[in-house]
Ligand binder design. Sequence first.
Ligand SMILES: NC(=O)c1ccc[n+]([C@@H]2O[C@H](COP(=O)([O-])OP(=O)(O)OC[C@H]3O[C@@H](n4cnc5c(N)ncnc54)[C@H](OP(=O)(O)O)[C@@H]3O)[C@@H](O)[C@H]2O)c1
Length: 245
Amino acid sequence: MDLKGNTILITGGSSGIGLELAKRLAEHNKILICGRSSEKLQSAKYAVPSIEYLQCDLALKNEREKLFEWIKSEHSDTNVLVNNAAITHNTNFVDDPEITEKAELEIAINYLAPVHLSKLFLPLLEKNKSPKLIYITTGLVYTPKVAYPIYCSTKAALHSFITGFRFKNTNAKYGIIEVLMPAVDTPWHNGNPPKIAIPVEQAVQEMLSGLNKGNREIKIASVKKLYKISRLAPKLALKLINRLD
Ligand SMILES: NC(=O)c1ccc[n+]([C@@H]2O[C@H](COP(=O)([O-])OP(=O)(O)OC[C@H]3O[C@@H](n4cnc5c(N)ncnc54)[C@H](OP(=O)(O)O)[C@@H]3O)[C@@H](O)[C@H]2O)c1
């Protein structure tokens, strides 16, 4: 993928991986971002003045449509959609009285939103040069971490969707790319990242290098090893992932 001259929409580009991606790509591309918090969006704009943003909540169908209308009317040259926004709840399925509401929210943001946005955006992306749909997922699609009972299953579902979508459209004009992240030190961890978390700069550098090489499934850092272990010894992978903090 040519990393210059694109118009790129990054969902959840106001924090963490999305924001680092925006910073790295802004010099040679037009960058558009969205998120729920106006304050975070304004700080991102302060950090990267050339970006443009829309405040929206991707949990809601009509807000996803609002995002698409904004792009269609004001940035119709958009050729890359990065489905990055997500949330998680660190919880215990059995003891949590609000688990159903949490599950509904995670399914809406982490799974339904990228699927719905892909459907909305594809015809518009295809009108432009080098269209790409990029999805940020996680090594936990291969083996779940029990502390995130809903998150892991939403990302595994998204991984399944992406794999089938790409297989069916191997010769399409558009590219379908999945980037599988390990633990990354971002605000996601609320100031308490796991010891194994890698710096966000490293995660995004590896992602850009994979995109540059034209890879369609980009496993970042330790995800390569986790993938192999989960295939060869699935029970061991499950134990290892749930022992790490
Ligand atoms: N950090 C990790 O260890 C890690 C590991 C593996 C995979 N990942 C994946 O990497 C991606 C980015 O994570 P991150 O670490 O950069 O997290 P982050 O720092 O918490 O950023 C998440 C972004 O998503 C936005 N967002 C969340 N819910 C939204 C909604 N309903 N509508 C619109 N925007 C929404 C947030 O903005 P608002 O809160 O203002 O809406 C924020 O901009 C996610 O897909 C995550 O699953 C992260």
